[in-house]
Every structure is written in C-alpha cells, then in structure tokens.
Ligand binder design. Structure first.
Ligand code: ZN
Length: 265
C-alpha cells in the first residue's frame, strides 16, 4: 500500500497477495479502511511487480479514441473492437520490454486500465462501476507487422512476452477521481509522443464493462485496457518503431508512472 507521502507499506500480514480472491472478498474493503501508518514501511527500492496477481483475462479495446483511429487510417468502429492479450504478456511497470524475435515494428500504446473486482455478467451500464476494483496504467505494446501483416486476428502482435506492463498501482475509484478527464501521455527517450486526455475516449468505462459482459463474464482480477490516444509510432510519417535500448516513460494523472527499457534477447 502506498501512503500519502509515497512510502510503500507492507500489507503481507493483512493479505497474502493482491489477487482475485482478495479483490472479491471482504479483506479488500477492510484494507481500504486501514491506516497506512499501522503497517511497516518497506525499506529500499524493491522491484514493483504488476499490482494484481493471477489475472484471468486481459481484454483490450481497439480504436477507442477518435483521433487515434484517424492516425491509424481506420474509421471509429460503430461498436467497440475487442481483442485479447495473452496473460503471459504481463510484466511489472519498470521491467524491461523484450522485442520479440523477428520484431521490426514494435510500438507503444499508453492506456487507462480497469481492474474488475466483482463478477459481472449481463451487467447494466448504470451498475457497471460496482464491479470495478480500480484503475491502472497499461502499456499495450504491439508488434505491428505481427498484428497487421501476418493474417488473422491482432493477438499475434499483442501478446508477446513483456508486452503488457501494468501498474504501478491499483488505484481505487475514490482515489482515481474523474477517469473521464485525465491527462494520459507517453515519452520515448524523453520526447513526448503521446499527449492526450481520457475525455476523448469514444466508449467510456461503464459502457465498456456493460458491453463486454454481454459476451463473456468478467471475473475478479480481469483487466480491461481501454484504448490509446494518438501518437503511436504507426501513426507517424514515416512510421517510427522501437529500437533496442529505447526508454518509454508513460503515465496517467493520479494513477502513477511506468518506465521500461527495450531489450533483445
Ligand atoms: Zn491498445
């Protein structure tokens, strides 16, 4: 748990892990009411893992910002475009991102992430937020050649190992504020390439939770990545893609920042 001064407090005596059982149980509510000062401070600078363990589904929404659809040369879809990212793509917010073998067109996408807290099936839009545990930053990394030039669905270019950093925090809705009006940005080697606001999202969070729950049940610990604002490499003239040693820094107002360096192995 992060206290008001930004120090990390050790929750391990209160809950063994932040996982689906924790999110859907009473302990989550109890932890939210804890005084952080009652927990020991974590010393040093430990690696921050992704903030939720055992994610069951990593669902992504494509082309959900009108200006990003335009830069991709695609119309805003009449209904949300959904695709899945392999959960084996998940890594911590400061871990290295590995460019996959054969990668020539790996790209960045900062996105607002939604973490499901309670099962949701055929949920009404008005009730959707009752099923949300919190929000996070996601980098929906994408290998465009695998995604767009190698036939079939987008999953080939979206699910590569380390292509799903999320975190650094699960930010509860009361702390996140108005998620329909948050600055969302990404810097590549110190240059701001994405500089958007969640207010230009076409389909908003309650609608997305409602909409996705018409096709599949959402379970505690599932995450939904809600689409990226403009400024991805694919949309540049000429297109610009990740090289070994590049540094991505990305964040959303109030939800924290991530940083990854790209490597080849
Ligand atoms: Zn995306």
């Amino acid at each position: 748990m992060l206290d008001a001064e930004g120090a990390i407090r050790d929750l391990s005596a209160v809950c063994p892990d932040i996982n689906p059982a924790f999110l859907s149980g009473d302990t989550f509510t109890e932890v939210a009411q804890l005084d952080p000062a009652s927990l020991p401070v974590v010393e040093g600078e430990p690696r921050l893992a992704e903030p939720v363990a055992q994610v069951g589904k990593f669902i992504c929404v494509g082309l959900n910002y009108a200006d990003h659809a335009a830069e991709s040369g695609m119309p805003v879809p009449p209904e949300p475009v959904l695709f899945m990212k392999a959960t084996s793509a998940i890594c911590g917010p400061f871990d290295d991102v590995e460019l996959p073998r054969g990668s020539e067109k790996s790209d960045w996408e900062v996105e607002l992430g939604v973490i499901i807290g309670k099962p949701a099936r055929y949920v009404a839009e008005a009730d959707a937020m009752d099923h949300v545990a919190g929000f996070c930053v996601i980098n929906d990394l994408s290998e465009r050649r695998f995604q767009l030039e190698q036939h079939g669905q987008w999953c080939k270019g979206k699910g590569c190992d380390t292509f799903g950093p999320f975190g650094p925090y699960l930010v509860t809705p009361d702390e996140a504020g108005d998620v329909d009006n948050l600055g969302i940005w990404l810097e590549l080697n110190g240059e701001r390439v994405q500089d958007g606001n969640t207010k230009t999202m076409v389909y908003k969070v309650p609608f997305l939770v409602h909409y996705i729950s018409q096709f599949m049940s959402l379970q505690p610990g599932d995450i939904i990545s809600t689409g990226t604002p403009p400024g991805v490499g694919l949309g540049m003239t000429p297109p610009r893609y990740l090289k070994e040693g590049d540094v991505m820094r990305l964040g959303i107002d109030g939800l924290g920042e991530q940083q990854q360096r790209t490597v080849r192995r």
